[in-house]
Write a protein that binds this ligand. Sequence first.
Ligand SMILES: Nc1ncnc2c1ncn2[C@@H]1O[C@H](COP(=O)(O)OP(=O)(O)O)[C@@H](O)[C@H]1O
Ligand SMILES: [Mg+2]
Length: 336
Amino acid sequence: MKRIKLSLANQQVEFVDREQALKRIEEWVSRGVAFPQVVYGPEGCGKTAWLRQSAELLRELGFDVIYVNPIEKEFMAELGIQRLKDKLTSLAREVTSQLAWVRVTWSVIDIVREAIRLGRGKIAIIIDDAFQVIGLDNAAIYVKGLLGILEHPPEPYERVIAIAATSESVSRREIGRHEWADIRPIWNMSKEGFKQLYDQLPGNKPDFEEVWRLTGGNPRMLERLYESRWKLNAVIDELINRKELTHDFVRKWLSHLREAVSDPDYLWYNAPEELIDELIEKNLIMYFLPERDQWFWIDAPPPERDPELGIGKYVAWQTPIHREAIRRVLESSRRS
Ligand SMILES: Nc1ncnc2c1ncn2[C@@H]1O[C@H](COP(=O)(O)OP(=O)(O)O)[C@@H](O)[C@H]1O
Ligand SMILES: [Mg+2]
């Protein structure tokens, strides 16, 4: 398989690691899938990178591949039927508004059905981060549309694989209510894989162990640190802003958050549901981590527990920097 090139902090890097996750694709190819595969994981953990590498892998395995990412306004169609390919491509080319991306995303379902009707036998549909754009309340309906392709195709097919990825734990919840998909998490990169990425960044860098401790293997955090010339404080402040971690928010949950920064599992056992909902909604934590058996995860699972990285048995901070952001606001609330 050809390794794709990606850009990280304006540097060209080569796709690394994620061996298990790529093997997972091969498994789906050889055994087929009964359901759409919904993958969720921390923001910036590398879902898009993996999906784009997977698109390459699937193409090499002879699949027609449609990839759409309305958030990053990216779209790729490798379709054996030129007319359909042109149709999708021209739809996507006209796209300027978010609304139009919604239309492209929905039209993928019809076009794949049409391709199957015309006899295409091996198709992969990759929907990356679309749920926010089509609306969280439509996420489950969209997944049902994908399931409809698998279950009631217009013609028999050899292999159809549908994958949808999301950073929104909220949409995962919504989809989880129904039996329309297999839902699996992906975690940040393993230490070995992350080291390969770290090594590709030029220039002076803090010691790898330090970068690992700060990012927990999240490549987006690595990117932000690199771009800010390793100014940790700037990265934390930016996150506080983006997540709107106001003093009011923190004061409201003061005692609970204090516990949660030292042990995220506190949230599992003791926190009010309203707080958990807010932390999930702000994408600060991953809640209800499954057993650390490879089966339940797309790639290598996180450790059973790692207090230093903020990983508990059931709940984890998305990265140590997410936890640091809360800690920082807690401290400044106390002073003010
Ligand atoms: N396995 C990988 N190899 C090389 N670069 C990666 C890898 N995973 C992620 N990256 C880079 O890290 C950044 C964040 O990853 P991305 O895939 O956008 O995360 P997500 O889609 O989960 O939010 C991107 O710049 C991406 O190119
Ligand atoms: Mg993404």
